[in-house]
Design a protein around this ligand. Structure first.
Ligand SMILES: [Zn+2]
Length: 436
């Protein structure tokens, strides 16, 4: 099985891959084997190196050299990943891009999806998390100690490194760390004496992390950091969770952003507000800004976040009306044209639009509490109407004929509920309008 013929075939295959892609080629020196990496043209890496596999689906085929026992070992390693994140290793049928798994003297894999056939050579079938380590390379991950910021955390003793394995200790400048902390516990980190000449130390954990010196390089589990990096690349098995909203109540009129707190928001694909798709901005995995639709209906509103893993639970916020109401409209009226005015109040409320003309004393003592009632004589109803579900009442007014250009009009809306008519009426701002 470890014949020279197979070995040379492997070397040829590895060279062929190396010429066109980043490759991880483990050394022969020891078991468990280390990994040699070389840079490719891939735009990102951490850790993340090659292309990711679409939807986390990695088709694979077993070479004839893989025994049933090896296949079982491989399946167990795949399961360690698939049980934690949205990655599926599936037996290849006719997919163009796939991984051919072979038994070999070395562990070797390109970094990430290459396009077409790519080969994963496995030597350490008996060490489950060495196989997991190799599968992480297949999924696009470089070694942890090759991060761009690694010199802050470890010191590489280059003089002690087996010269044939020097590239395993090279910083990958394009490495994407996802902003995650340096992870000594990563299954992608080397141990202190990996590739050391005569067992010499090759990696020194710098202060204040000296305690990691003895434990780094573990191959017994995926670290929390490994799982998080995988999640950020491929997504969780669980959908997002919403735990809070700020504000929890928004006015329909000029509904502001709603900032949600929760989990896994960085995987968001869609946000539904009352089942309608709305805009969103991911601020962090735990914070998401949602833009409510324009003039949402007043009442409870359910927000749901979708990711590749499904939908979050429904989280309810309140949309409120405006009381007192507010009137908005153009500052000028042309006597020939109709102009839109908008009154924002409560859903299902009656709105009365009143108007006054300039410089006449009030004759409307019943409504003196209103802003305009105290100052003007001619003061009358212009229109009446019912707010819609969002509290909006749209009024179209035509400039009054017979008024001199430059005349001022003041508009004010009052809102009332005919079923529960009480004084004083709730009154809006006063909107000054000039007639031209
Ligand atoms: Zn490796």
């Amino acid at each position: 099985m470890r014949s020279l013929t197979i070995l040379s075939a492997i070397l040829i295959a590895s060279t062929a891959i190396a010429q066109r892609s980043p490759i991880d080629r483990d050394a022969f020196a020891r078991l468990p084997a280390g990994c040699v990496t070389s840079l490719g043209s891939s735009p990102h890496a951490r850790l993340f190196g090659g292309q990711s596999w679409p939807n986390g689906v990695v088709p694979y085929a077993l070479h004839a050299s893989v025994t049933p026992a090896m296949a079982q070992s491989l399946a167990a390693a795949m399961q360690e990943i698939s049980a934690r994140v949205r990655v599926q290793f599936v037996q290849r049928t006719n997919e163009a891009d796939y991984v051919l798994v072979r038994d070999a003297n070395i562990n070797s894999s390109p970094i990430g999806r290459q396009g077409g056939l790519q080969t994963l050579f496995v030597a350490n079938w008996g060490i489950r998390f060495e196989v997991v380590h190799a599968l992480m390379h297949v999924l696009g991950f470089w070694h942890e100690h090759q991060r761009p910021d690694r010199d802050t955390f470890v010191q590489v003793q280059s003089a002690n490194v087996d010269p044939t394995r020097a590239s395993e200790f090279a910083v990958v400048p394009i490495g994407n760390t996802y902003g995650l902390p340096y992870d000594f516990d990563s299954v992608m980190h080397f141990g202190a004496t990996e590739a050391g000449v005569n067992g010499a130390t090759t990696i020194v954990a710098l202060p204040p992390n000296q305690s990691q010196q003895a434990t780094m390089g573990q191959r017994s589990q995926l670290s929390a950091g490994d799982v998080e990096a995988l999640r950020r690349t491929y997504g969780s098995l669980q959908p997002p969770v919403i735990t809070g909203a700020s504000p929890s109540s928004i006015p329909s009129y000029q509904a502001p952003f709603v900032t949600l707190t929760g989990l896994r928001f960085d995987e968001t694909t869609r946000v539904l507000f009352r089942s309608a798709v709305v805009n969103f901005l991911v601020q962090s995995p735990t914070q998401l800004r949602v833009t409510p639709p324009l003039l949402p209906a007043i009442g409870p509103a359910q927000i749901v976040i979708e990711s590749g893993a499904g939908q979050s639970q429904s989280f309810t916020i309140q949309v409120t009306g405006l009381n007192p109401p507010r009137i908005e409209g153009p500052p000028v009226l042309n006597t020939q044209l109709a102009f839109p005015f908008r009154v924002y109040s409560d859903a299902g409320r009656y709105n009365l639009l009143l108007a006054a003309f300039n410089n006449q004393p009030s004759v409307a003592p019943g409504i003196v509490s209103l802003g305009i009632g105290a100052n003007f004589t001619s003061y009358g109803e212009v229109a009446i109407g019912l707010s819609d579900a969002s509290g909006l009442w749209n009024v179209s007014l035509q400039g009054p004929g017979g008024l001199a250009s430059g005349t001022s009009i003041w508009l004010q809306a009052v809102v009332f509920d005919p079923a529960n008519f009480t004084l004083p009426l709730s009154a809006s701002n006063v909107l000054p309008v000039r007639v031209f």
